[in-house]
Write a protein that binds this ligand. Structure first.
Ligand SMILES: Cc1cc2nc3c(=O)[nH]c(=O)nc-3n(C[C@H](O)[C@H](O)[C@H](O)COP(=O)(O)OP(=O)(O)OC[C@H]3O[C@@H](n4cnc5c(N)ncnc54)[C@H](O)[C@@H]3O)c2cc1C
Length: 288
């Protein structure tokens, strides 16, 4: 339980952190809340020569509105996302998702950027980030780029982040008028990680039909995904109980669900369909 030796750096600016990352390359790691990285170092699943702590870069911790988007610095903790009045009012789906992460200690320490960069297949944020069609910004010595949520999650613990890049900001659109969002999950009993988690965002038109539907699923497979067939099946339809059930039944079409000691692949597929219907029903209720 003792990590291999490493040098520790505590930069106070993004430029300083980027310079250190450029200098030490593959032999360096960024530290945010440390909830995933420190156990990996202590268990010696990973070893590095240089640890760059982002904890003193205060410019990476904020939640604000900018040019019609809600912008979150990546050092923002889950607790800050959960309790943000701006998010609760303008993007309650993201605040609700953060409120379902682990327990209060985990939410006080874990960060949005650390969670996204780690890309744990059972992490909660990816479901909401996908449903919200967020943009994730990364900065390197070469400049800044935006990555669409759907392109960000590449595989198990693998993202589109390139060597030398630091995640700096997540940009989400506020909920449109007559839109409801909901995040529901089956938590793993010990850690709270999602055995399955589903985020749904539904916009209703003047007749009460589904004008837009987006569903993000986490925990069910090696990486989080959009339940596209469900979205298509519901768009343009009246969201009555039968239609929601039919649409939710397609949530795992084309998806290879994962099995482990907590749930077999078949059970995860079943849970995904059941929780997709629950998330959709709640989102519709909130949109009305
Ligand atoms: C007991 C326990 C229960 C948990 N339960 C849940 C749960 O229910 N749901 C859930 O979603 N999560 C859960 N987590 C995960 C936790 O909430 C954190 O989100 C997660 O550990 C990573 O965030 P962190 O800030 O701790 O990142 P760290 O552990 O510091 O870093 C993780 C990885 O991200 C990289 N990184 C960090 N910041 C950046 C950045 N800005 N740019 C690029 N790379 C970066 C690091 O180099 C590292 O590789 C749990 C963790 C614990 C310990």
């Amino acid at each position: 339980m003792i990590p291999a030796d490493f040098a520790y750096y505590a930069p106070t600016s993004l430029d300083e952190a980027l310079a250190l990352l450029g200098q030490y390359g593959d032999d360096a790691k960024l530290l945010a809340g440390g909830h995933s990285l420190l156990p990996a170092l202590k268990l010696r699943l990973t070893a590095i020569g240089h640890l760059i702590d982002l904890g003193r870069i205060s410019s990476l911790a904020y939640i604000r509105e900018d040019q019609g988007k809600l912008c979150l610095g990546t050092r923002t903790t889950h607790y800050e996302v959960e309790t943000s009045a701006l998010l609760q009012q303008r993007c309650p789906l993201l605040a609700e998702c953060a409120s379902r992460i682990g327990d209060v200690q985990v939410r006080n320490r874990g960060t949005l950027g650390g969670s996204l960069a780690h890309a744990d297949p059972a992490a909660d944020y990816p479901a909401a980030i996908l449903a919200l069609e967020a943009e994730i910004q990364a900065v390197s010595a070469g400049g800044k780029r935006g990555i669409k949520a759907e392109e960000f999650f590449v595989d198990l613990l693998t993202t589109a982040l390139r060597p030398g890049e630091i995640l700096t900001e997540v940009r989400v659109p506020p909920h449109a008028a007559h839109t409801g969002g909901a995040y529901v999950k089956v938590p793993q009993p010990a850690s709270g990680f999602a055995v399955v988690g589903v985020a749904a965002l539904v916009t209703l038109d003047a007749e009460g039909q589904c004008a837009a539907v987006r569903v993000g699923v986490t925990g069910a497979a090696a990486k989080a995904f959009r339940a596209r067939d469900t979205e298509t099946a519901l768009t343009g339809r009246m969201p009555d109980d039968g239609t929601l059930a039919q649409a939710a039944a397609r949530a795992t079409t084309g998806i290879e669900t994962s099995g482990d000691i907590f749930a077999s692949a078949e059970y995860r597929a079943h849970l995904t369909r059941v929780y997709t219907k629950r998330a959709l029903a709640k989102a519709v209720e909130r949109a009305r």
